[in-house]
Design a protein. Structure first.
Length: 653
């Protein structure tokens, strides 16, 4: 048997001659992914970001007020600032090289390690400029210091010329770096005007004091793009301006947005933020540290989320809302659109691409800086804060219900399997222009089935008054057959299985009798949708039909009245002569002839529908009303009736 540990065989295959020592910038060219994450389009634009970050560090440090970025033909990009300029004097350790050449040809060289030259900066590892140089086919640098212009050219990380004194330059200062990426590394990839312009805009938003001038060869702008060939980007409002531009006219729960800028204690840095809670939409939280985007979040984002959660909980406790205890950070940030930018000393990132902040102290300083300010913001506008709190509690309770719910999986509209026995479905399989009528009992269901358009209208009769979900236990809800049938017919599921795109009908129409009992049934159904399927209300899928209560006939003329007041008005205005007007009161939809039901209530060309909505600005009031009228405390309903008893006595019923 061969000895697996035969030393002579091992030594023959692997010796000291196999050990390579990569010097200078050769490691970057051999393994670019270690420094910029790969060689794809995102990595290519990381080179531009490195140079722009260096210029931004000069601006944040107070030494530059203007940055220019220009994209030219031949895949050439230049970044210029009016800061102090790279040092050009001989480096004390490498006396035969200028400090400029050391910066551009030596990994881990820079002025950002000690914190003396930059209190806060995005460049931390001393590899940004040297990596750009290593991965460029050509790179040209110009530095103006003490009104003298210095130049040097490089190719693939190696100097082509010495540092050259190009003479006086009295009206300029700062650094210009111009480069074209190396095709040996990036192949045929080209720098994108769209991505670069957006990068400039984001940086301008992140630091209010800077102006960024953008220019681009018009031939490099994609057709149909709104990217300008020239622009000066300056946003005095900072992140608040950025968020306002992104959201536009999007409906918000709290107006105005919560935004601000604050210094951190002990001159440790500063923080800026802008937050808006949307009535509908996906969460979007963009965080930055020292102008570096952190798409994977990190410790500063954890502190931000903790500040919002604790601040809102504290406000809820002050308001005596016992339901506040169920909310989590996920509930608070569910539809939060926000931007947060932190400036701190010596931040620690995960990897050279800096997509996640790992500095332990960032969580503490962020939470401390924002929590008190958030609580003051809430206390300053109690009505809006109550509305936000109600919204967050609603999300929390919805999350809990989803976790507990056990519903029947959706059945495909095309398969038509195991749909509720009493459902009379429509023939159209797509959701477009289809609707389901929820009616009270088999009698009304029979009339509705005869009056419907078979292609687009489905009918589901419900037995009497459904379960009041606001006062019923979760177990009772699970066992209720009427609600099971309804959920199964809709097809979108409930709880954690809810999928709006699987809803089988475009409109869900509650069609009940035009009397007190019908109003009660409609209220129970609306409560069900509000508590168990609020997404359908928010998406505008739930409606109330408006069947008439009276028919008024004089000879061959008939008109319909929705209520007593309209009946009295029509008696005075709709008929002529002294002939008697016959008034018929419909006892229920089941007694209305199908043709008449179609004409008055089901025909899309003639009927009136009311869309069921929850107003974002009245979310707290809506939640309180539902709890009072439909919840488990009868004393609240009794109080509601008492408060309105006098007015109810005056109604003509």
């Amino acid at each position: 048997m061969t000895d697996l540990f035969d030393q002579s065989a091992a030594s023959a295959a692997y010796t000291a001659k196999d050990i390579e020592v990569l010097e200078g910038l050769e490691p970057v060219r051999r393994r670019p992914g270690m420094y910029i994450g790969g060689t794809d389009e995102g990595a290519l634009h990381h080179l531009a970001a490195e140079l722009l970050d260096n210029a931004m560090d000069e601006a944040v440090a107070g030494h530059a007020s203007m940055i220019e970025m220009s994209l030219a033909a031949g895949n050439w990009l230049s970044v210029r600032d009016n800061g102090r300029g790279y040092p050009i004097d001989p480096h004390p350790k490498f006396k035969d090289k200028s400090a400029l050449e050391v910066i551009l040809t030596t990994l881990h060289s820079g002025a950002k390690f000690s914190g003396k030259a930059y209190a806060t900066s995005g460049g931390l590892h001393g590899v940004g400029s040297s990596v750009v140089n290593a991965l460029s086919e050509r790179l040209e640098v110009e530095v103006v210091r003490d009104r003298v212009l210095w130049k040097q050219d490089y190719a693939r990380g190696k100097p082509l010329t010495p540092l050259i004194n190009a003479g006086p330059m009295p009206n300029r200062r700062g650094t210009l770096v111009r480069f074209t990426p190396d095709p040996e590394i990036f192949g045929t990839l080209r720098l994108s005007a769209v991505r670069l312009y957006r990068l400039c805009r984001s940086k301008a938003y992140l630091f209010r004091g800077v102006r960024i001038r953008w220019s681009c060869d018009p031939a490099l702008i994609p057709p149909g793009s709104e990217i300008p060939a020239q622009a000066e980007l300056h946003f005095p409002g900072g992140l608040a301006d950025s968020l306002a531009e992104e959201l536009g006219s999007t409906s918000k729960l709290v107006v105005p947005v919560w935004a601000g800028l604050a210094d951190l204690p002990d001159a440790a840095g500063r923080i800026e933020w802008a937050c808006a809670w949307l009535d509908n939409g996906d969460a979007a939280l963009d965080t930055y540290c020292n102008t570096i985007p952190t798409p994977q979040g990190g410790t500063h984002e954890a502190g931000f989320r903790a500040a919002l959660l604790k601040g809102l909980r504290g406000f809820g406790e002050q308001r005596g809302n016992k339901r506040t205890s169920v909310i989590t950070g996920e509930d608070v940030t569910g539809t939060l659109s926000a931007k947060m930018s932190l400036f701190i000393r010596d931040p620690q990132f995960q990897g050279q691409t800096k997509e996640k902040l790992t500095s332990p102290e960032a969580q503490k300083v962020t939470e401390a800086a924002l929590r008190d300010r958030f609580e003051h913001f809430l206390a300053g506008d109690p009505a809006s804060a109550d509305n936000l709190l109600a919204y967050v509690i609603e999300r929390a309770e919805e999350r809990i219900r989803r976790r507990e719910a056990k519903d029947t999986p959706r059945k495909s509209a095309t398969r038509r399997l195991r749909l509720p026995g009493k459902l009379t479905d429509c023939t159209r399989e797509s959701r477009e222009d289809t609707e389901i009528f929820l009616v009270e009992g088999d009698s009304a269901g029979g009339s509705a089935k005869q009056a419907r358009n078979r292609e687009t209208q489905a009918v589901l009769p419900l037995r009497g008054k459904i379960l009041n979900v606001a006062s019923a236990s979760t177990e009772k809800l699970r066992q209720n057959q009427e609600l099971k049938d309804l959920i199964e017919a809709l097809g979108c599921g409930v709880g954690d299985r809810f999928r709006l795109d699987q809803l089988r009908y475009g409109r869900i129409i509650i069609m009940t009798d035009a009397d007190v009992d019908g109003a009660h049934i409609a209220s129970l159904l609306m409560t069900f949708f509000y508590r168990e399927l609020p997404e359908l209300i928010r998406a505008g899928h739930v409606f109330l039909a408006q069947p008439p209560l009276f028919r008024l006939t004089q000879g061959s003329k008939s008109v319909y009245a929705m209520d007593d007041a309209e009946r009295d008005r029509l008696l005075k205005t709709a008929f002529k002569g002294s002939a008697k007007v016959e008034i018929s009161r419909f006892k229920g939809l089941g007694e209305m002839p199908p043709a008449m039901l179609k004409e008055t209530t089901m025909d899309p060309k003639r009927r009136v529908l009311l869309r069921v909505m929850t107003l974002p600005e009245a979310r707290a009031e809506t939640a309180e009303m539902v709890e009072s009228l439909m919840g488990r405390k009868p004393e609240l309903r009794f109080r509601f009736i008492q408060d309105r008893a006098a007015g109810a006595g005056e109604l003509d019923v």
